[in-house]
Design a protein around this ligand. Structure first.
Ligand SMILES: [Zn+2]
Length: 318
């Protein structure tokens, strides 16, 4: 496939001055909520029919935010407005066609596996915005967007180029409102905003299994993602902890808590307050010990969030 070339051509023509933001973390606070609201920029730039399709189609993939689909639609064909060959008829030189620039074989494979909901062409057509945008949602979902498992990888699968992933994430962030009402759904949020005082990795001859985020006692600790509370109570070393089970074998742990505000078995949403920052257990000052285990293996939380486009250690609420 030579999609990279195709898209590069389109981008050079349409968006010569798209500036990659250096503060993606700040813009991505609501990333992947699946239910974010369009920003003023989105409302003025995206045709209403396309906006409705992006939002509807994202619903087929838990954890996929509509803004990612909209960003791809923007970068591929300017929401179907591009006059380039292969958008409305025919194919471009690489075989891509339609508003989401599908190759015939890819579109056939996706629609064979996932019946496109009614509302488009019969049979589904990659030129029909309804069909193309739904197929894109399924394609992203199959490649990692489901439950926000690997959004970067999903976008990379769409077009194998790191600059493309960065541009999509940046465009998506511009399309979302940055109002931080309590996020819902499958997205990841920063549990506590503060200074990272100790990173994941070797420390004093031991292995620090999490990330320490400094904050005053009583600061609300938010669930990093939707899930079910496994533990909430005393634990050796952690003082008072909360552990939450998420999809795909991921468990988050919140330690040294001053007070827990949830119970085992509770279903919590991303961003829901579950505890308060404290200084209990083996702790040398008020902070959150934040740990992410994937299938039992401790994972670097900073790296985990980076894959979601969020800088957990330099996060600013907007
Ligand atoms: Zn720690």
């Amino acid at each position: 496939m030579t999609r990279a070339l195709v898209v590069l051509g389109a981008v050079v023509v349409l968006f010569p001055v798209l500036i990659v933001s250096a503060v993606m973390g700040a813009l991505s606070s609501l990333f992947g909520g699946g239910a974010s609201q369009p920003s003023a920029a989105a409302l003025s730039d995206i045709p209403a029919a396309y906006l409705a399709l992006y939002r509807t189609a994202a619903g087929v993939c838990p954890g996929l935010d509509w803004s990612v689909l909209a960003a791809i639609g923007k970068i591929e064909t300017n929401h179907g407005r591009s006059p380039l060959p292969g958008v409305h008829t025919g194919e471009n030189h690489a075989g891509a066609a339609g508003p989401m620039q599908f190759l015939a074989a890819t579109f056939a494979a996706v629609t064979a596996q996932h019946p496109i909901p009614p509302g488009g062409a019969t049979p589904p057509s990659r030129y029909h915005p309804h069909d193309a945008i739904h197929a894109a949602a399924y394609y992203l979902c199959d490649n990692g967007a489901r439950h926000h498992r690997d959004l970067h990888g999903a976008i990379y699968a769409y077009n194998h180029a790191d600059w493309y992933v960065t541009q999509v994430l940046d465009q998506a962030a511009h399309y979302r409102t940055t109002m931080t009402t309590a996020p819902h759904g499958g997205g990841w949020v920063v549990p506590v905003q503060g200074r990272c005082t100790s990173r994941f990795g070797p420390r004093d001859g031991e292995f620090h299994r999490g990330l320490d985020i400094s904050a005053p006692i009583g600061t609300p600790i938010r669930a990093a993602a939707e899930g079910t509370v496994l533990n909430a109570g005393p634990a050796t070393g952690y003082g008072l902890w909360v552990r939450i089970q998420h999809p795909d074998g991921v468990i988050t742990t919140y330690g040294h808590n001053h007070r827990n505000l949830t119970r085992p078995g509770d279903h919590v949403q991303a961003g829901q307050v579950i505890a308060e920052v404290g200084n209990r257990g083996e702790s040398t000052g008020p902070h959150l010990h934040f740990q992410i285990d994937t299938h039992g293996q401790p994972t670097d939380p900073a790296e985990y969030y980076r894959r979601e486009g969020i800088d957990v250690c330099n996060h600013h609420d907007t």
